[in-house]
Design a protein around this ligand. Structure first.
Ligand code: FES
Ligand code: FES
Length: 153
């Protein structure tokens, strides 16, 4: 079946089984490998993309369900002005360790800040449920506050 959706602002049409997870379509058929596979059961968040602006775990999202949707991946965050505020803050504050979980983490944080520009600690804890096997959690919360401030400046 043919599925058409917008990926990082560009229309994409792919030939795929409609049950194939969006993560695999984006990585294997469209060649964008910034989004990672972790658990495959919507538990870890490594595969987070934005689907119509909502942080979504795409390892369990059939590509047939995104017909006509706007999909954004980590590759779509930066533009001609450079890195997004969250990406720049992540670099400055050296949040990642191995980095494997971090594209999903950043996508979840971007979605949170799009919805809530000044989140409390509780808001962050409730929204950012991604798993980091390196245990970078202690750096995540201050980095979200710093990125939020940077976005509002
Ligand atoms: S790989 Fe999708 S939530 Fe873990
Ligand atoms: S930085 Fe290594 S898994 Fe999160």
């Amino acid at each position: 079946m043919t599925v058409t959706f917008i990926l990082n602002g560009e229309p994409q049409t792919v030939e795929a089984d409609p049950d194939m997870p969006l993560l695999w379509v984006v990585r294997e058929k469209l060649g964008l490998t910034g989004t990672k596979f972790g658990c495959g059961i919507a538990a870890c968040g490594a595969c987070t993309m934005h689907v119509d602006g909502v942080a979504t775990r795409t390892c369990v999202l059939p590509v047939g369900d995104v017909e006509g949707a706007e999909v954004r991946t980590i590759e779509g965050l930066s533009d001609e002005n450079g890195l997004s505020a969250v990406q720049a803050t992540w670099l400055e504050m050296q949040v990642p360790q191995c980095g494997y979980c971090q594209s999903g983490m950043i996508m979840a944080v971007e979605a949170l800040l799009d919805e809530n520009p000044e989140p409390s600690d509780d808001d962050i804890d409730a929204a950012i449920t991604n798993i980091c096997r390196c245990g970078t959690y202690a750096r995540i919360r201050p980095a979200v506050h710093a990125a939020a401030k940077r976005r509002r400046a």
